[in-house]
Design a protein around this ligand. Structure first.
Ligand SMILES: [Zn+2]
Length: 178
């Protein structure tokens, strides 16, 4: 909350204006869009994770998991969305942005989001194996790092968790049959 106080002030005003319900609706609105992106990953045989980056209600970056398709271990939804957002704002820092992602970010993505100075992360499903936004570790708010990201966890958690677990259930079933 130190840099760029002009825009931050607007955010704080919005947050304090008693619009909690409205903010929740907005979060869910964008999380639904992230879920639609996750569906694209699923259609390509990838683990369904989708991410979207928003500044002042405007979408500036989108991504879905494409590790297998691109032969790229870094092609997580958040990384792709962050790269697109940075290109769109023509800055290696994406100040005042909120990232919505259907699954809790892993350590790689959490690190990238700190580097990119993303203001806030909203995630859906918890990742009990590699979640780095508080579940197995909290890199987004680590005392040793010089930027802390606000975190809202569990937005549309049931829907996001179901999307991922349904994918793995189906895949196990297909493997048994095949
Ligand atoms: Zn990741």
């Amino acid at each position: 909350m130190i840099e760029d106080t002009s825009n931050r002030a607007t955010f704080v005003e919005k947050s304090n204006a008693g619009q909690v319900d409205l903010d929740n609706q907005t979060d869910e609105f964008f999380m639904h869009q992230a879920m639609s992106l996750a569906k694209k990953a699923q259609d390509a045989g990838e683990v369904p994770v989708g991410a979207i980056i928003v500044i002042d209600g405007v979408v500036i970056g989108q991504g879905f998991n494409q590790c297998i398709t691109l032969n790229d271990p870094t092609a997580h939804a958040e990384m792709i969305a962050l790269r697109e957002a940075a290109q769109n704002v023509q800055n290696y820092r994406v100040i005042d942005a909120t990232l919505y992602v259907t699954l809790e970010p892993c350590p790689m993505c959490a690190g990238a989001l700190v580097h990119g100075r993303v203001t806030r992360v909203v995630f859906g499903a918890y990742d009990h194996k590699t979640g780095a936004a508080g579940t197995t570790m909290n890199l987004l708010q680590h005392n040793s790092l010089n930027h802390k990201v606000e975190v809202t966890s569990g937005c549309l958690q049931i829907e996001c968790s179901a999307q991922i677990s349904d994918f793995f259930k189906l895949r196990r079933k297909q493997r048994k049959q095949g």
